[in-house]
Design a protein around this ligand. Structure first.
Ligand SMILES: Cc1ncc(COP(=O)(O)O)c(C=O)c1O
Length: 393
């Protein structure tokens, strides 16, 4: 069995779905070390230097929990540790990931209150503020927002959400999903007053899938003491108690932790500000290509346009999935599919993680050639537009 999609005759596979993303060779080599005794002395030493690096990434002085798990598990951990069955939780349904998180909350018997959007904009900050201001009894216990909505390519301004909560003088916890934002977009857990940050390893962190994260504020930790939601694997308390010494209550994903350590070193060596600027530059180049093709992005608000993924709307009557199939077969390039109501209507170009300008030009070239091959109406010149921008920036 070959566990890779590379076809020898076409060179390296281009993986441009919005996670998992390309894993640098250095990180792959870190994975390729023998597992160590996770109760032995070396492991504790490794973790005690790794936790502060995670805090640096999340921009927090509070604990960051690492689960063998994924973004979905981290959603659940955030909900079950801070809330109780029947609690009101205010969500903004900005896209398919927000929708899935809401469905999970309902399964956990939370009372999800939903602010709808057209899935082409960021969360509606005014509506969040109004809902909280109207809740004079303070029965809404938390606000759940997706920072980087990977299905639409729209990003919500989390500092503005915090400002709306504060303006309403409301004590609700702020739970933020930045599964596709962390390590790629500016993120400030402490400064933005986030209570639980939810993340996963397989996107901006340049790692394989398999780790989930919860960064936790002191207020969230306090809430977890009175929460009555049943919880076992995801329970913060036993995890935090033993993490203090660099250990885990159950077997951690040892090799993924080696990869995490190396991936974080690479991000810090580049400098987080440079990493964020690189993502914005590549996103702008991609959007210029889309505009040159005469196509529309799913995100209709340029201020909310994502640095990590651009969802492109297909011309009426053309199938995004058929286009992606042609691009994969002819050029060995994987693009993200449309999710939920956007199925077959958009394709997503991921430009996050381990990525160079030349690679991005290749991706845009693959899309342009694919549209020509598949008979999708478009103007030529997307590659030129991207190159023009990247060579000047
Ligand atoms: C914004 C967002 N939230 C949550 C998830 C779910 O994470 P996972 O698939 O790692 O469980 C994803 C996955 O792509 C995502 O992009």
């Amino acid at each position: 069995m070959a566990y890779f999609t590379t076809r020898p005759e076409t060179g390296r596979h281009f993986l441009h779905i919005p996670g998992p993303t390309n894993v640098p060779d250095r990180v792959l080599r870190a994975l390729d070390n023998p597992p160590m005794d996770h109760r032995g002395p070396d492991f504790g030493v490794m973790m005690l230097q790794l936790f502060p690096k995670l805090q640096q990434l999340f921009q927090t002085t509070s604990p960051v929990i690492v689960y063998p798990g994924s973004g979905t598990g981290s959603w659940e951990a955030a909900l079950v540790n801070t809330l109780s069955p029947g609690d009101r939780v205010l969500f903004c349904r900005t896209g398919q990931f927000a929708a899935s998180w809401i469905e999970m909350a309902k399964k956990l018997q939370l009372n999800a209150e939903i602010i709808e959007t057209d899935w082409r904009h960021a969360a509606d900050i005014d509506a969040i503020g109004a809902a909280l201001a109207a809740d004079t009894a303070h029965s809404i216990k938390a606000v759940g927002v997706v920072h980087s909505e990977t299905s639409t390519g729209c990003v919500t301004d989390i500092a503005a959400v915090r400002a709306a909560i504060d303006a309403a003088r409301h004590p609700a916890l702020l739970l933020v999903d930045t599964v596709s934002g962390i390590g790629a977009l500016e993120y400030r857990h402490d400064e933005w007053g986030v209570d639980v940050t939810i993340a996963g390893s397989q996107k901006g962190m340049m790692m394989p899938p398999g780790l989930g994260f919860n960064a936790i504020s002191a207020k969230a930790l306090e809430a977890s003491k009175s929460s009555t939601m049943p919880r076992a694997y995801w329970h913060w308390q036993p995890m935090l108690a033993i993490n203090k010494n660099g250990y885990f209550p159950s077997t951690p994903a040892t090799n993924l932790l080696y990869a995490l350590d190396t991936g974080l070193d690479m991000l810090f060596a580049e400098g987080l500000e440079n990493v964020f600027a690189r993502h914005q530059r590549f996103a702008e180049a991609t959007r210029r290509a889309v505009a040159a093709w005469g196509l529309e992005t799913q995100c209709a608000d340029p201020r909310a346009a994502s640095g990590v993924v651009t969802a492109v709307r297909m011309p009426q009557g053309h199938s995004a999935d058929a286009l992606r199939r042609v691009i994969l077969e002819k050029f060995d390039l994987s693009l993200g599919n449309g999710l939920g109501v956007m199925t077959d209507k958009v394709f997503r170009i991921a430009h996050l993680g381990h990525l160079s300008a030349l690679q991005l030009v290749g991706v845009i070239g693959g899309v342009e050639m694919g549209m020509r091959a598949a008979g999708v109406p478009h103007r030529e010149g997307g590659v030129q537009a991207a190159m023009g921008y990247l060579s000047g920036n």
